[in-house]
Design a protein around this ligand. Sequence first.
Ligand SMILES: C[S@@+](CC[C@H](N)C(=O)[O-])C[C@H]1O[C@@H](n2cnc3c(N)ncnc32)[C@H](O)[C@@H]1O
Length: 391
Amino acid sequence: MDYMYIAILGRQPAISLAELERVFSSVRRYSPVAALVDTESLDIQRLGGSQKAGRVVLTISGADWARASTQLIDHYVTAWKGREGKVTLGISAYGFSVSERDVQKAGIILKSRLKKAGVSMRLVPNQDVALSSATSHHNKLGLSENKVELLIVRGSDDIIIAESTGAQHITSLAARDQGRPKRDAFVGMLPPKLALIMVNLATGGKAPRPDHRILDPFCGTGVLLQESLLLGYPVYGTDLSEKMISYSEENLQWLKGAYHVTQDWKLHEGDAIKTTWQPPIEAVATEAYLGQPFSAPPSPAKLQEVRGNCTYIIGEFLKNLHPQLEPGTALCVAVPAWRGKDGLFTHLSIARETKSYGYDLLSFSTIKPGELLYYRENQVVARELLVLIRK
Ligand SMILES: C[S@@+](CC[C@H](N)C(=O)[O-])C[C@H]1O[C@@H](n2cnc3c(N)ncnc32)[C@H](O)[C@@H]1O
């Protein structure tokens, strides 16, 4: 198969792969940091888990940097001969044992050869072998014809050269995280990137429709609702806490003022164990109750107690929701998993028993079951993402 795009995966590649596979179906892992995607178009800003994406231009056999850079230079000297206007070029290498100076050198040689051919070029300096997403975005690389970033990615037996079509807009992601008027450290701060991934895992990237509402029954301060609205979906949020509903309302009002949001939202208080939600519900994306936060692994007795509480709340929620969904409805539910001192995880039993609650656990061809764990190095409570289909 000819793959059209290559995506540079995020910090937790398994989660990035699952998102790509759910949205684009035809996905193959290419290297530890990259995946090939067979699609006509790919908008990086709609994805939470990929840092950059590019259209595949060349495949070079072998795995040698020197050979790749020579071929790349020859290719672009020919391709850009006679080109009008000044080209801005950035080069990012992935998977090679080279220094940023080696990468920069390829750019300098290309620049001087193009100069001889009458083409002027500005080279974006490499602070690292790969430009950061922030640098790529700041230089608008991939966003117009004369601003180009080459992604050079080493696979196991060949090298792909792609032209970037854009990098994740991390300043915008940070702004909508930190700019929200209401935040709450106790309910946890779901990073907008993860929220985007979860919405995509739930919807499969389906085009939004005015009657296709996404439900978050543990909406908290509304991060999932916010990211769903920005993707174009109408949303429906409920939470046990009146305070959280007012926080979500204030945050969504802020979002509407700060961004282009035209869809409706609906919010009300409700216990996820017994609420009757109003249809329609197209998909469910939620970070369920995660129990209390821990800064160090809890004692076995404490862990058992918290795990029991979470199992009860999440299990009863899934049972309450089941008859309210149409068969085939997809859910992405983040549930807790606790990391011990040994680095091993204690999971909720629900993660292995979804069938008994009336849901099939979706499997992915690019990752193994149980790999959808999101956490930072110092975190005890990880989020395990369950992608479920109502049976
Ligand atoms: C982990 S937080 C979700 C945070 C949310 N993703 C956000 O962006 O702020 C869990 C939320 O579940 C709510 N909650 C706890 N038990 C609940 C229940 N039985 N029904 C509904 N909401 C509940 C809490 O009030 C809290 O806001």
